[in-house]
Design a protein around this ligand. Structure first.
Ligand SMILES: [Zn+2]
Length: 429
């Protein structure tokens, strides 16, 4: 007599499976559609950092003067990534050593901004010239460059800006977001306290820097800011951070082809932002004081947490990643999000297991119940076959949620067959 799954004795089989499928879809919708109901704290404070990159003697003075005027009008602090000695010609080419120091007019504009209290100056490389192409195909002024050369560039740039602007430079913005562990060591020893790279590629130092440096990578460009704020409000995080990066070429006034917004629309964004009570605009240099715990270890922890999104099956990855896109979570936010992702993964994979178990039992085992030879055969060789399938999945398949789903389906199916066969023989494990 065929083994009956107990739950099916009480409920209609189709209803049980339909219920599990609905539950599965609801679990997927949970993070994206309902999180604010559960988690949003009334005391949430969203920190927004504006970062204007590539200020140099070759960047557009007229645009920058108008930009500074706008920032002053709305009293919005902004970090300016300054290249003290911009490479002449195309800085993507390693050839050529010629550089151009900041002109007196450029230095004056920086002094004006600093005096007005809303400009934070960060060192954005030395000349922004690419000296290396990294493993992942990106340009770098620092990654993989000998330590003494990196030190010379960082100290040379910092000293030049400090002497000419009479301020101390604490923030570093690596060009193209690329650096290596030597860069971090040099920055720490040179008295820097904050680094702002790019979130998309994660930390560049494989071992984790530890130390006291604060890391606040860029998360969005300006047109995505409102979407990122909307997403941040839904997240289980008391102090999420949004770092907005923009360049001269992002302004249509300067580059019609590449530009994605205008000074006017940028002004409207600043005005809108002023009216949002839960937003605190800060600079990269203020981050070490305002954002305790945002160190290198946290950057790694955040990035590891993001990897959990890729283990969510089927509808998971895209939907869930959108929920945190544009936001850098705080240590508390990472812990909350990790707990949420793990618990929802357990529920979703549990449901996949039960559905696979039931379907195997219903369709496969029932179909072969008269032909017990197949089951005996499977019983004998099944473990080996299963081990080989799992080995192949995890060795050759690169999409995490897909291989986990397939693994769970295989294990559930095999368990159903094994239990059925054992019960037929009057034994239960
Ligand atoms: Zn740059």
């Amino acid at each position: 007599m065929a083994f009956k799954i107990p739950v099916f004795s009480f409920f209609d089989k189709k209803r049980v499976i339909a219920f599990l499928i609905v539950l599965y879809v609801l679990c997927h919708g949970y993070i994206y559609f309902f999180p604010s109901v559960v988690d949003q704290s009334p005391t949430q404070k969203i920190h927004v950092v504006f970062r204007y990159d590539d200020y140099s003697s070759q960047s557009p003075m007229c645009l920058e003067t108008r930009l500074l005027h706008l920032l002053r009008k709305y009293q919005t602090p902004c970090t300016w990534g300054v290249i003290p000695f911009i490479a002449r010609g195309d800085y993507h080419h390693a050839k050529g050593q010629d550089t151009l120091a900041l002109t007196p007019a450029k230095l004056d504009l920086l002094r004006l901004g600093i005096r007005s209290g809303i400009m934070d100056v960060a060192l954005h490389g030395y000349s922004h010239r690419s000296h290396n192409i990294t493993e992942d195909g990106r340009h770098s002024e620092f990654e993989g460059i000998p330590c003494d050369q990196q030190k010379e560039k960082i100290l040379g740039g910092k000293n030049y800006l400090e002497k000419n602007l009479e301020i101390s430079i604490n923030a570093f913005i690596p060009p193209w977001g690329t650096y290596d562990p030597n860069t971090i060591n040099i920055l720490e020893k040179a008295g820097f306290s904050a680094v702002s790279s790019m979130i998309w590629k994660g930390p560049r130092d494989k071992a984790g820097p530890g130390g006291d440096l604060t890391f606040i990578p860029t998360t969005v460009i300006e047109p995505d800011l409102r979407g990122a704020i909307k997403a941040a409000r839904k997240l289980p995080d008391p102090t999420p951070v949004i770092v907005v990066v923009f360049h001269p070429f992002d302004f249509m006034e300067y580059d019609r082809a590449r530009g994605v917004f205008t000074l006017e629309s940028f002004g409207q964004t600043l005005e809108w932002l002023k009216n949002q009570k839960d937003i605190d605009a800060i600079t990269v240099s203020q981050a070490p004081d305002k954002l305790p715990g945002f160190n290198g270890d946290h950057f790694h922890a955040y990035y590891d947490m993001r990897r959990l999104f890729y283990t969510l099956p089927v509808l998971g990855k895209v939907t869930y990643l959108r929920s945190i896109s544009g936001v850098y979570l705080s240590p508390q936010g990472v812990a909350n999000m990790r707990w949420r992702l793990i618990s929802i993964s357990v529920v979703i994979y549990g449901i996949i297991f039960i559905i696979s178990f039931c379907l195997t039992h219903k369709f496969l085992f029932t179909a072969f119940k008269k032909n017990t030879k197949f089951l005996r055969y499977f019983h004998l060789w099944g473990t080996l076959v299963l081990a080989l399938i799992l080995f192949a999945l995890f060795s050759f398949h690169r999409i995490e949620h897909r291989r986990l789903t397939l693994a769970i389906v295989c294990i559930a199916g095999y368990t159903a067959i094994l239990m059925g066969q054992r019960l037929k023989n009057g034994r239960f494990f």
